[in-house]
Design a protein around this ligand. Structure first.
Ligand SMILES: [Zn+2]
Ligand SMILES: [Zn+2]
Length: 509
């Protein structure tokens, strides 16, 4: 953010653990909203866990396949956009999780990983959608994860633990958010929740139309929508693309985005819409190449929907970014003069299943032969006997990378062996600290360039709508003191009882 750099210099990173807050950004934005009265709508598109190479892989693959850029690659090169980077840290780590990252946007403050718009002393921060709702701005959240997951809820909810998804479902009921779409039936349905409370009739009573499949979504004209299209997260795009059944029942992110924009666009005071491509993060945690590529493409198709709307509308600010990177994928130079890299990456074209599907086919005790057959059939790769044996060893926790804390999980072992064929290897199954891409367009976008810190987006979006609010700041030492006490005083049994750990293969989705 060029215009606020001077004011931000005074709040630079303060030591190893003492983390700077977003203080200072707001003052420099005052008056900005008044000058930019043409910002009616804001669409914030976030691809969860996208590394530079994730976007880059899809771009070079598109070059190889079709001789042209990927959509984001094309977009970055247009005169009407600005490009930059975002710094992504949280209050207690240089590597953020999705909860602290979305909270940075949602309340303008750095908080601890694992929490949502709340400090460890249970001070709740006022959220972006609440502030917008109070000013008559309509709001929407659209995602491919559970709608109660960290990234969507980071715009709307304050809660001490991100795993309390059934409670987040309850909080949405009174949040004022008009459009909610994603997965997560098990956090809403009375026969799935531990407390047996059925949230659907309560949402209907509050004026929402509840939608549970793609066809019904396409027909609904209701202004308040709760769309839940899966038991947990929506399927990976590679699996949806290869299943007629999933294509019928589950909408794409682009379809949900289109529907949400149509729904929100007539709002007198404008709208704020968050769109999340959440499965890129899950694919990154799993080191799953086919899943990450096809979900990145699906995200970029949703970006296209938003950009085409904004270019016609001319009063919509579009921000496209990630919350952090996940998995550290890289296309490596392979073979003589590196020419084998092209064919390696193009092997994605023949891949038909996510690791989730492969794992089901492997079963509990796969053999080298069964693994070779399944990988040949579903990924189109011919493994050597030694490679297949190493993958089997990895499944038993005895893989060749067992000494590495970052690569010893069975999925990581398999992925890095598949790298012999795909040219793609991974650094870990965790989030990484890299700065992530930001592209923006529409009124106000000229302010978003250079390096922007995650907490600044809150001030920026509020200023765009002429809203003033500053949440309290807490330094790391104070927060850590509260955290120690919290661990003793919070009813951990209650948290355990109400929390749901998603089975996405990641500890922090
Ligand atoms: Zn994330
Ligand atoms: Zn994650």
């Amino acid at each position: 953010m060029k215009f606020s750099r001077r004011s931000l210099l005074g709040t630079g990173l303060a030591g190893a653990a003492g983390i700077a807050s977003g203080a200072g950004a707001f003052a420099s934005l005052q008056g900005y909203g008044a000058k930019q009265s043409k910002i009616k709508n804001i669409i914030f598109l976030v691809v969860d866990g996208m590394a530079h190479q994730t976007m880059g892989m899809v771009d070079v693959l598109s070059q190889l396949n079709a001789g042209k850029s990927s959509y984001w690659g094309w977009l970055m090169d247009q005169k009407f956009v600005t490009n930059g980077l975002q710094a992504t840290r949280s209050l207690n780590s240089i590597v953020t999780d999705s909860a602290a990252a979305s909270s940075a946007w949602g309340s303008g403050q750095h908080i601890f990983n694992g929490m949502i718009n709340m400090y460890p002393d249970q001070t709740a921060l006022k959220t972006l959608t609440t502030l917008m709702h109070e000013k008559g701005v309509r709001t929407g959240l659209v995602t491919t994860t559970t709608i109660t997951h960290a990234t969507p809820s980071g715009f709307a909810v304050s809660i001490i633990n991100r795993d309390l998804e059934p409670i987040i479902a309850e909080k949405y009921l009174t949040s004022g958010v008009d459009v909610l779409m994603g997965g997560g039936n098990r956090h809403f349905a009375g026969d799935k929740r531990k407390d047996k409370r059925d949230m659907y009739p309560e949402f209907e009573k509050a004026g929402y139309t509840v939608v549970k499949d793609r066809d019904t979504l396409m027909k609904t004209k209701s202004k308040k929508v709760l769309g839940i299209f899966s038991e947990s997260h929506l399927p990976f795009s590679v699996d949806r693309n290869n299943s007629a059944e999933l294509q019928k029942t589950v909408p794409t992110l682009a379809e949900m985005t289109k529907h949400a924009i149509e729904n929100l666009k007539d709002s007198k005071n404008g709208f704020l819409l968050q769109v999340e491509g959440g499965k890129v993060d899950h694919a990154g945690h799993a080191n799953d190449l086919a899943s990450i590529v096809y979900d990145q493409i699906a995200f970029e198709e949703a970006v296209k929907v938003a950009v085409e709307f904004a270019l016609k509308d001319k009063e919509t600010l579009v921000i496209i970014t990630a919350d952090h990177a996940t998995g550290g994928p890289s296309v490596n130079g392979m073979g003589d003069e590196y020419v084998d890299s092209n064919k390696g990456l193009m092997s994605v074209n023949g891949m038909k299943a996510s690791y989730e599907v492969l794992a089901r086919k492997f079963g509990a005790s796969p053999t080298a032969d069964s693994i070779r057959d399944i990988i040949k059939a579903d990924l189109g790769l011919e493994l050597s006997a030694a490679e297949a044996s190493a993958i089997v060893a990895g499944q038993k926790g005895q893989g060749p990378f067992n000494i590495s804390g970052f690569l010893k999980a069975s999925g990581m072992t398999m992925a890095n062996i598949l790298g012999n064929h795909t040219a793609v290897t991974w650094t870990s199954g965790n989030h990484t600290a890299e700065h992530v891409l930001v592209t923006a367009l529409g009124p106000g976008s000229e302010m978003i360039k250079g390096l922007t810190r995650n907490v600044e987006f809150f001030d920026f979006m509020l200023a765009a709508k002429g809203i003033k609010h500053k949440n309290p700041t807490m330094d790391y030492a104070t927060a850590q003191g509260h955290y120690e006490k919290m661990k003793l005083s919070l009813d951990q049994e209650w948290i355990e009882m109400h929390s749901v750990h998603e089975d996405c293969g990641c500890h922090h989705g």
